[in-house]
Design a protein around this ligand. Sequence first.
Ligand SMILES: Nc1ncnc2c1ncn2[C@@H]1O[C@H](COP(=O)(O)OP(=O)(O)OP(=O)(O)O)[C@@H](O)[C@H]1O
Length: 655
Amino acid sequence: MDALKNILSPLGMNTNAIQDTLKLVVIGGTVETARRVSVSAWNGFVDSFFLTAHFSEEDYPYDWLMHWLSKQPAWGRSREFEITTRSVGRGGMSQSTSGELDDDQEDEDALVHGRKKRKVAFMPSVDTTHTIYYRGHWLRITRTKRYPDYGHGSSLKISVVARNNDILKKLVLEAKKEYEKDAEHRVHIFLADTAYCCWRWNGARQKRPMSSIVLQPGVKDMLLADCKDFLCSEEWYAERGIPFRRGYLLHGVPGSGKTSLIHSLAGELGLDIYVLSLSAKGMSDNTLTTLMGYVPSRCILLLEDLDAAFTRSVSRDDKSTGAPTSTTSTAATAATTTESDGSTLSLSGLLNSLDGVAAAEGRLLFATTNHIERLDPALSRPGRMDVWVNFTHATKWQAEGIFKCFFPYQTSSSADASTSSVPKDASQKNLPLPKKKSHTIPLLTEEEISELAKRFAEAIPEDELSVASLQGYLLKNKTRPRECVDEVAAWVVTERETREKLKKEKAEREAKEKKEAEEKEKKEKDEKDAKETKEKEEKEAKEKQERKEARSKAKKARAEAAAKSESSEPASTANDASTSDATASSESSSSESALSSSNESENTTGNEGDTEESITSEEESGDPADDKEGEAAKKEKWVAVKGQPLPAVEAETAE
Ligand SMILES: Nc1ncnc2c1ncn2[C@@H]1O[C@H](COP(=O)(O)OP(=O)(O)OP(=O)(O)O)[C@@H](O)[C@H]1O
């Protein structure tokens, strides 16, 4: 302190005030450090007595626990809330116990201004710890967000003071049972996320009763029995060494009930549906294999519009046999197709992921397609697609069935009642009763409905209209059963006309597109040809120009040589004859060497020069102006080499 005083005193500062401040800093720091150490020591001490379980949002137990917690009053009494309109967990269940903001909780389906009321629920906020008493133990529960910036990735931490983890096991089991009980009436849908190579829960749909699907007699029963039989035959498959998988190929016209049947089967069998689109952006062999590896054992794996993936990008390498291949060969064939969006998928990759080692056991594979003829036989062979079902346009039998599904009838006991009765018809026995009267449907007797259904079916042409279009017509007339039958014949005519019109328009559009494509192709070809011709002409002109320049250069050189020899001539005349001859011959040889050097310079371009020279001599003969110049040059040369025999000069000129 004294040392500090010594330092500060020359600066003229109030040393007492600074000392006090420093004391405060030191004391404060010591107290805070002591507090932190004691808190962490206490936490460590407490944690040493606690068993802790972590539940991640990506996995099912998180949903079970969240669902269970939503039923716990203590969870609902939390003093810090997150208010949400989103349903909690995959079950789509809101936090019923944590308090609803709606006044009339009973009227769940009520509409406000034509929209369904949104339920607002309280949820304990993240990063707060709640204590819940459960079976003689205090549970400390904390919900945390692992990636707060991205708004997802919640996890749950449950700690309990206990000797072993039995209490946690019991808790998870109980939560699971409750969750499954509540989810009994729903089908969970998961979609493939190609970006993160995982399955994302997409919602829970109400189960669709099998009776609402109208197919040819026996088809539904056959499929249901087959699925049930498969699901309980694991041992049978294991004993025979057959992979425990089964594939169903539902093919046929659009709007014939393929997807609806799968949803209905999932509800009946209590399975979740995992939907995979092979033509999804970023789908590759590796992504597909990884996704297949994450498919749980008892579920429905749905590959929709299988042919669409093939027309888009999937191709099969020539060598592939369609049998399961090794990873190396998959990687090799993966390179066969690469889309601009980065999707790389090969048929070998698809086959490999369907029944390779990483493929899940115990799953039911359902694939739908509108164009079975486009599928590779390796994909649809037994073992991959064991059961094939063809879906056609509506038959009269189906028309009758779907009519009965739409219009419930009254029983004799409730003849005067204003509500619909429970249908007795076997095909309608599973139809849920309407919760409340939403529109006025006249209740007809069973006989009348049967009669109307028959008349309706008679008016529907066999195997011409899709069941979806019949459903559309019935939906439009859902409150007018009698008028619906009276007007059906006219509707069929209109429908035919519309279809014809659409067909014609489509044909015209296709023809137009084809014509446009052809014209475009022709135009492109013409443009290309014109461009090529122009380029050729330009090249030729350039070459000609270059040759001309070379020629004029050569001529200039010759002229210079001739001029030089002319200027030296008077001097030579003064000398004696012998000297003159010698000089002349030496000049001539120098002019020759000048000429030959100019020729050499022309020839330095190699082969091109050779060609040029031959062309030049041809051109020279054809061009009168050049001829004149040539004559003059010859004359000059003659003057330059006079005294030498003419043929030699000519020969040289020709050179
Ligand atoms: N056989 C059927 N029984 C009952 N409803 C049907 C039937 N076929 C079609 N529908 C109705 O038509 C609509 C379309 O059916 P769905 O999507 O199942 O047809 P799809 O064959 O899968 O068509 P796409 O091949 O175009 O996918 C649904 O609303 C469904 O209720």
